[in-house]
Design a protein around this ligand. Structure first.
Ligand code: ADP
Length: 403
């Protein structure tokens, strides 16, 4: 079946029309820099400038019109209208709270419930809901599904899910760990098992999703058993603009200073910390360039970034009693040979041996979405895996519809 997957961030929308049986992308469109002076829509090789300041709602309308126009022109995909050609629309929602652990068909009541979760992911859920409403209005006769990034982590065992706070406090405020990037972590786990031709049930996988947001997940028997992000996407790794793990005492200190209120603290932790806070940019390519030109601050930022990832890898090897696969995915994980190499340095003691030349040569494509990084003697499989949230979402919705 054909599923249209919509993956919305606060300033961009990625989308793909996917044939779920073959996994083929029939068409993909994305819009970037939403809300800025230069909003751009990319449809294959074509690039269209949209009106300056185009907001998310309008961007989704333009994107759907572009899909529909393509259908009407009767070329590659179909001559039918978008509504009759698409079996469902899959929307990525970052936070599903405790309730939403499966792809969920949307109606007004479900939407109302999802809206109640906005405070758990204030940067992510509200824009996705805006886009979702726009798409529902444009395609009212197609079933719309939400697919949640938290869902894959519903299997976290209690000892990995709970914070050591008093039970009444946890209960009253719904405090627990949820985990994120689950759509891609699950996709990577399945892809790796299929690629290696080993039953997923038999693999212990550590998946390092290193994009602007970043998290590491320990996957045992196909299930998430621990993950570095927590109740919100702030915990864990050093990210583009988020600090990751910080002593909670630091936050108390800042709160008590009287210089910063809760909203400013939120802004500091979500948008002004991490790599950006350390060196003024969250673009790791630039940080690598500056470090190799001798910039000490950038070298330190890379060392901190890598050290945090290595700590989580080590922790998850201990938690699972070993590891069979370490996978790198998303922008940094797929493209930065330097970061992969430094994350995997000195792990020979646990049977993980990198082939440096192979690592340097990695170039993932839609036809070759997985690359082997390990030396032939390595006991642990080391892999780079292309993130494909849109395909994973489409497949999950197709499964929910019985395909
Ligand atoms: P998002 O979480 O926004 O989807 P991505 O998965 O696209 O993010 O990853 C964005 C990050 O990937 C940025 O920090 C960017 O600098 C980094 N990145 C992209 N290409 C490269 C590269 N060739 N080398 C190093 N880092 C890269």
């Amino acid at each position: 079946m054909r599923v249209l997957a919509l993956n919305c961030g606060s300033s961009s929308v990625k989308s793909a029309l996917i044939d779920t049986a073959s996994g083929r992308r029939l068409q993909e469109i994305h819009v970037e820099n939403i809300g800025s002076e230069q909003v751009r829509l990319h449809a294959g090789a074509q690039v269209h400038d949209l009106d300056a300041g185009t907001n998310l709602q309008a961007a989704v309308d333009e994107l759907l019109a572009c899909y529909a126009g393509r259908f009407q022109r009767g070329n590659a995909v179909s001559t039918e209208s978008l509504t009759s050609s698409v079996a469902a629309v899959a929307h990525r929602l970052v936070h599903g709270g405790p309730k939403f652990v499966d792809p969920t068909r949307l109606d007004d009541a479900v939407l109302g419930e999802i809206e109640q979760l906005n405070h758990l992911a204030p940067l992510h859920n509200p824009p996705a809901l805006t886009a979702l409403r726009s798409a529902r209005a444009a395609l009212p006769n197609v079933p719309h599904f939400a697919v949640f990034d938290t869902a894959f982590h519903a299997t976290l065992p209690d000892h990995a899910r709970e914070y050591a706070l008093p039970a009444d406090v946890r209960k009253r405020y719904g405090i627990r760990r949820f985990g994120f990037h689950g759509i891609n972590h699950e996709h990577v786990a399945r892809s790796v098992a299929a690629y290696l031709q080993i039953d997923l049930e038999k693999l212990r996988i550590i998946c390092c999703h290193l994009g602007n947001g970043a998290s590491v997940t320990a996957i045992e028997q196909g299930r998430s058993v621990d993950t570095s992000m927590g109740m919100t996407p702030l915990e864990g790794l050093i990210m583009g603009t988020r600090a990751g793990d910080v002593d909670p005492g630091v936050l108390l200190q800042l709160g008590r200073s009287g210089d910063i209120d809760a909203d400013q603290l939120d802004d500091l932790l979500n948008k002004r910390s991490g790599l950006k806070g350390l060196v003024g940019t969250n673009d790791l390519r630039e940080i690598q360039r500056r470090a190799s030109a001798g910039d000490q601050d950038c070298e330190l930022a890379i060392a901190m970034y890598v050290h945090r990832i290595r700590k989580y890898i080590g922790a998850y090897v201990a938690a699972m009693g070993g590891v069979d696969v370490i996978a790198f995915t998303a922008g940094v994980g797929e493209h930065s040979a330097l970061i992969r190499r430094r994350c995997l340095e000195r792990l020979d003691f646990m049977g993980a041996t990198l082939d440096a030349a192979r690592n340097e040569k990695v170039k993932l494509t839609s036809d070759a979405p997985i690359a082997v990084l390990n030396a032939p003697t390595s006991r642990v499989h080391l892999l780079a895996v292309r993130a494909d949230e849109e395909f994973a979402m489409a497949r999950a919705v197709a499964a929910a519809l019985g395909e």
